[in-house]
Design a protein around this ligand. Structure first.
Ligand code: MN
Length: 283
C-alpha cells in the first residue's frame, strides 16, 4: 500500500546571523512531523577562497538528536566526548545528545583556504523520555560508507534504517529511517518505509511527483503513517531527503538547544550546563 500525502508546505526563510536558511518545520501550519521537530536547509552557497566560511562555536544539546546531512562541501565537528571529524558531501554527522554534549561545527581550515560550494541540512529528531538522559554519542560516516541502491536513473543512499535488504550504517536508538535520493530527469525511485511510522519527503532541488502528487524545490511533503511505498518520478534532476520514524506521544518542552518533556527539565538542563555536567570543549 502506498503512503498518501497529508499536506505539502513550503520552506520558510529564517535569518541565522548573516545567512538565510530555509525552514519547512517548525512553521505555523506544520509544527513538526513527530518525531522530526526541526529541519534547516542551507541552500548551495559559494565560499570564496580564504572565506569567510561558517563556524558555530561550542554549544550544548540535551534530549534529542541533532543531525547534519552534508550534501556539498565539508563540515568539521568537535565535541566534549573528544570526537573530531571532517565529513564531506554525501556524508552524515549524527549526534545523540542524550543527557548532554557540547559541540562546535564549521568549515575546516583546509576547505576555507581553497573555497567551494556548501549545502547542508540540519535535522532535529526528538528522543522519548526514556532516552533523553542516555549517554551522549556521535556517529559520522562518509559517502563511501553509506550503501546505495541504484534504480531507474536514480540512487537511494541508505543512511539509517533498511531498504531492500540494505542497512544504513547509523545505529539509531529509535529506529529512524533516513534516505537521500538523487534522481535524474526522467528517472524514478521506489522507496519502501516502515508501516505506521510518520514520514516526510523534503525536496532540496528539482520537480516531479511522489505517489502522483506534484512537488517542487524547497517543499516538504508530510506523508501518512499508513502504507509503506513511495513511487517517485523526477521531471527535472531532483535531490530529496526521505525520513520516517515512530511518533513520540509525550509532552514536549523546547528551549534553545534543549528538547525535554517539562519546563522543570529545561531549568535542570540550564543548571547542569552551567555546572559543567555536559562536559567541556575549548572554543
Ligand atoms: Mn548544535
Amino acid at each position: 500500500m502506498k503512503k498518501s500525502i497529508v499536506q505539502i508546505v513550503n520552506s520558510q526563510p529564517v535569518r541565522m546571523g548573516d545567512v538565510i536558511i530555509g525552514q519547512p518545520i517548525p512553521q505555523g501550519i506544520l509544527e513538526e512531523v513527530n518525531p522530526f521537530i526541526l529541519l534547516h536547509h542551507a541552500e548551495p552557497k559559494e565560499i570564496s577562497a580564504h572565506g569567510p566560511g561558517f563556524f558555530v562555536p561550542p554549544h550544548p544539546h540535551r534530549g534529542f538528536e541533532p543531525v547534519t546531512f552534508v550534501f556539498q562541501g565539508e563540515v568539521e565537528h568537535k565535541d566534549s566526548l573528544g570526537n573530531e571529524s571532517v565529513i564531506k558531501g554525501g556524508g552524515v554527522q549524527w549526534i545523540t545528545s542524550g543527557r548532554g554534549i557540547i559541540h562546535s561545527e564549521g568549515n575546516p581550515k583546509s576547505f576555507i583556504e581553497k573555497g567551494g560550494t556548501m549545502e547542508i541540512i540540519q535535522l532535529w529528531i526528538n528522543l522519548p523520555a526514556a532516552l533523553k538522559m542516555s549517554p551522549p554519542n556521535y556517529q559520522a560516516f562518509d559517502k563511501e560508507e553509506i550503501p546505495s541502491i541504484t534504480q531507474n536513473q536514480s540512487e537511494a543512499n541508505i543512511i539509517s534504517g533498511t531498504m531492500n535488504g540494505q542497512k544504513g550504517p547509523i545505529n539509531s536508538p529509535t529506529n529512524i529511517t533516513a534516505i537521500t535520493a538523487l534522481i535524474q530527469q526522467g528517472g524514478t525511485s521506489a522507496i519502501t518505509l516502515p508501516e505506521n511510522h510518520n514520514a516526510l519527503v523534503y525536496v532540496l532541488n528539482g520537480t516531479g511527483t511522489v505517489n502522483g502528487q506534484n512537488f517542487s524545490k524547497q517543499q516538504l511533503l508530510q506523508l501518512s503513517a499508513e502504507g509503506k511505498e513511495l513511487e517517485i518520478e523526477a521531471t527535472q534532476s531532483t535531490k530529496l531527503l526521505v525520513l520516517a520514524g515512530e511518533p513520540i506521544d509525550e509532552k514536549k518542552s523546547m528551549w534553545g538547544p534543549y528538547v525535554m518533556n517539562t519546563q522543570t527539565e529545561i531549568m535542570e538542563a540550564l543548571r547542569d550546563y552551567e555546572q559543567g555536567k555536559m562536559g567541556f570543549l575549548a572554543g
